[in-house]
Design a protein around this ligand. Structure first.
Ligand code: MTE
Ligand code: MO
Length: 400
């Protein structure tokens, strides 16, 4: 089988280096693997630009970068630019500089908590899932008083004072200020999994855009500019990505044991993200191994897709959540019962699996796909991979 890295092993919840030194995992060990519901902050896959990467700064350099809680500041101002699109300058009653203490103070009144999978638009594997905590951006912008001619909100983080390293994103004014009932606000996050947001995860303060891929969730957040330009200025739009894409409903496969002795079960598992269109179920398709299937191969139209088991909501949320956090206080949960308002939770991920038994010796391949609440199977409805990687994944194994 493929060797698991320590990081993968931790993610799979199969733990220690000692267990790994014992050699390839037996079918029984594979059968017990589960994904922890919350990914420890250090185990997220990191997607960071910059040279040096802001989270590698230490000492004086870190202070100069204003990336310690004591030195961090968020500067909010109106954009001064005028051009063919911006003929009327945006006005705000007052520019605001917010420090960490003031942000936490706002949090006492307005904090929100939300479970979100971080997923890169360009990587076909979720980066991790956390309990994010912060203040809705609309509450922060209220501090600026009255505004006019603001159509969009631009924001960016620390970038070594080098314009080439600037990583910025944007949202429409309405997306920020008007959160429909039951929907989720954009928020300025200062905690992950109950602890202060680590430097590697974008701390002290990071934007979190619940419905979006990672590139909208700007790390080391320091600047917000209110503009009357209606266009998105996202750094991510430059590489042919859709800057308005939402998290996609999709299933991602774990590795499968490459060789299994006949008579042993084969466990097929992975993580599924419940994206904008929700998640109905995950299904798999088992067939004899072949060369790569082209998109127009007739086999797709006769495929026998079968249901996988979706991970159930934890029975005891307090065992899953950080100490002191009540599920009742988390967005997407019923404030009375403390149970999820829907399952899987929107914009979060859930594990799925199926156990194949009684396979005859031979070479096999297995695929998995998610079906959304509109009945669209992955990679539809948006098969354009630059709106988020959701190609159907395949794993091959042999029964001997
Ligand atoms: N300032 C800044 N924010 C950033 C990035 C970056 O390079 N710089 N990368 C973005 C991208 S593309 C992704 S996918 C996520 C990854 O978040 P993570 O590193 O916490 O997993 O952060 C986003 N926020
Ligand atoms: Mo990304």
């Amino acid at each position: 089988m493929n060797e698991l890295t320590r990081r993968q092993a931790v993610k799979l919840g199969i733990g220690s280096m000692a267990a790994m030194k014992a050699g390839p995992l037996s079918a029984a060990a594979i059968a017990t693997k589960t994904h922890p519901f919350l990914t420890p902050a250090d185990d997220f896959e990191d997607v960071s630009r910059g040279n040096p990467k802001p989270h590698t700064l230490v000492g004086e350099a870190l202070i100069k970068a204003r990336l310690t809680p004591e030195t961090w500041k968020l500067e909010i101002s109106a954009d001064e630019t005028t051009n063919a699109i911006v003929t009327q300058k945006p006005q705000i009653q007052r520019p605001v500089t917010l420090d960490y203490t003031a942000l936490l103070e706002l949090g006492k009144q307005h904090r929100v908590m939300f479970l979100k999978a971080m997923q890169c638009l360009n990587i076909a594997q979720p980066l991790g899932q956390g309990l994010w905590e912060g203040v809705p951006l609309r509450e922060v912008l209220k501090l600026c008083g009255t505004m006019s001619n603001v159509r969009r909100v631009y924001f960016w983080g620390f970038h070594n004072d080098d314009p080439k390293q600037l990583f910025q994103s944007s949202l429409s004014y309405s997306q920020v200020m008007e959160t429909p009932p039951g929907e989720l606000p954009v928020f300025v996050a200062y905690k992950l999994n109950g602890a202060p947001l680590s430097l590697e995860r974008g701390g002290p303060v990071r934007m979190v855009v619940p419905w979006a891929h990672g590139f909208k969730s700007i790390k080391w957040l320091q600047h917000i500019r209110l503009t009357n330009d209606y266009q998105s200025n996202d750094t991510y739009a430059e590489k042919n990505n859709d800057p308005e894409s939402h998290l996609k409903t999709a299933a991602y496969l774990d590795d499968v044991t490459a060789q299994v002795a006949a008579g042993n079960p084969v466990v097929v598992s992975g993580l599924a993200i419940s994206g904008w269109s929700g998640l109905s179920h995950v299904e798999y398709w088992l067939r004899p191994a072949s060369a790569d299937l082209k998109d127009d191969d007739p086999a797709w139209s006769t495929a026998q897709w079968q249901h996988c088991d979706l991970g159930e909501p934890p029975r005891n949320w307090s065992a899953v959540l950080p100490a002191g956090v009540s599920a009742r206080d988390i967005l997407g949960f019923d404030a009375k019962t403390g149970q999820p308002a829907s399952w899987p939770l929107r914009y979060s991920m859930v594990s799925y699996s199926t156990t194949l038994r009684g396979l005859k010796p031979g070479k096999y391949e297995v695929r998995a796909r998610a079906v959304d609440l509109n009945g669209f199977a992955q990679p539809e409805p948006r098969s354009i991979q630059k709106t988020g990687k959701n190609g159907i994944q395949v794993r091959r194994f042999e029964v001997v």
